[in-house]
Design a protein around this ligand. Structure first.
Ligand SMILES: C[S@@+](CC[C@H](N)C(=O)[O-])C[C@H]1O[C@@H](n2cnc3c(N)ncnc32)[C@H](O)[C@@H]1O
Length: 206
C-alpha cells in the first residue's frame, strides 16, 4: 500500500509540470496569514507535512524563519523543491517519509498540512496521523490543517479524499487542540477550476 502510494506521487511529480498540478499555487497566502495569526516568529520551528513542491518553505525562509522541515512521501517532489530553493534550501530539513508510518522525534511550534490529511480515508491511518500530530506539536504550539471543505471535490490526483468542516476537524483532533480560527478558501486550479477548501488553525492546549 505504502509502495503504491509513493509510486503514485513520484509518477505525478515526475510527469507533470507545475501548471498541471491542480493544487499548485504561486502564493500560499492563506497558509501564511494563518501562520502569522499563530504568532510565529523567526525562531519558530515549522514542519510542512506533505509539502511537495509548495512555495511555503521559500516564503517562510524569506520572512526570516530558519527552522523549517518539509516532509513528503515523494522524493521526486522534495528534489524539485530543494533544487528550486538552491542555497537557501540548505538549511531546510527534508524528510522523505509516509506520514502514516513516520513518527516525529522532536517538537515543532507549528505543524502545517495543506491537502494531505484529506487523503487519509482509512480511520486507522487517521489515528496514526493524529498521534504523530500530538507527539510533534509542543503545548502552546499550533497546527494548520487545510482540506477540501464539505462542498469540495471528492477526489484529488485521482485519489478519494475525505472532506471536512472546521468543526469536523476539531472533533477529530480532540481535547488536546482548540480551534482558534478558520477560513473558507476557493482555490483556483491552474486549469481554471474552483475548489472549496477550509483552513483551520488549532492551538495545542494540553
Ligand atoms: C495535493 S498535494 C499538496 C502539496 C502541498 N501541500 C501544497 O499545498 O502544494 C499532496 C502532497 O502530499 C504528499 N503525500 C500524499 N500522501 C502522503 C503521505 N501518506 N505521507 C506524506 N506525504 C504524502 C504528496 O506527495 C503531495 O506532495
Amino acid at each position: 500500500m505504502t509502495v503504491d502510494r509513493k509510486a503514485h506521487w513520484d509518477r505525478v511529480y515526475g510527469e507533470a509540470s507545475e501548471a498541471q498540478l491542480s493544487w499548485h499555487q504561486d502564493d500560499p497566502r492563506v497558509s501564511f496569514e494563518l501562520i502569522e495569526m499563530s504568532g510565529a516568529t523567526a525562531n519558530s520551528s515549522v514542519i510542512d507535512i506533505g509539502g511537495g513542491t509548495s512555495r511555503l518553505a521559500s516564503l517562510l525562509l524569506a520572512t526570516g524563519l530558519h527552522d523549517i522541515t518539509v516532509l513528503d512521501l515523494s522524493q521526486v517532489a522534495l528534489d524539485v523543491a530543494k533544487e528550486r530553493l538552491g542555497q537557501a534550501g540548505e538549511t531546510v530539513k527534508w524528510i522523505s517519509a509516509d506520514i502514516t508510518t513516520w513518527a516525529p522525534d522532536r517538537h515543532y511550534d507549528l505543524w502545517h498540512d495543506r491537502a494531505v490529511f484529506h487523503f487519509l480515508v482509512d480511520p486507522a491511518e487517521r489515528a496514526t496521523y493524529l498521534k504523530s500530530l500530538v507527539r510533534g506539536v509542543s503545548i502552546g504550539g499550533h497546527a494548520i490543517i487545510a482540506t477540501f471543505a464539505p462542498d469540495g471535490p471528492e477526489k484529488c490526483s485521482g485519489l478519494p479524499v475525505a472532506r471536512y468542516s472546521p468543526s469536523d476537524l476539531a472533533e477529530l483532533l480532540g481535547e488536546s487542540f482548540e480551534l482558534v480560527v478558520h477560513r473558507h478558501h476557493l482555490h483556483q486550479t491552474p486549469s481554471g477550476k474552483s475548489q472549496s477548501f477550509q483552513f483551520s488553525l488549532f492551538r495545542r492546549c494540553r
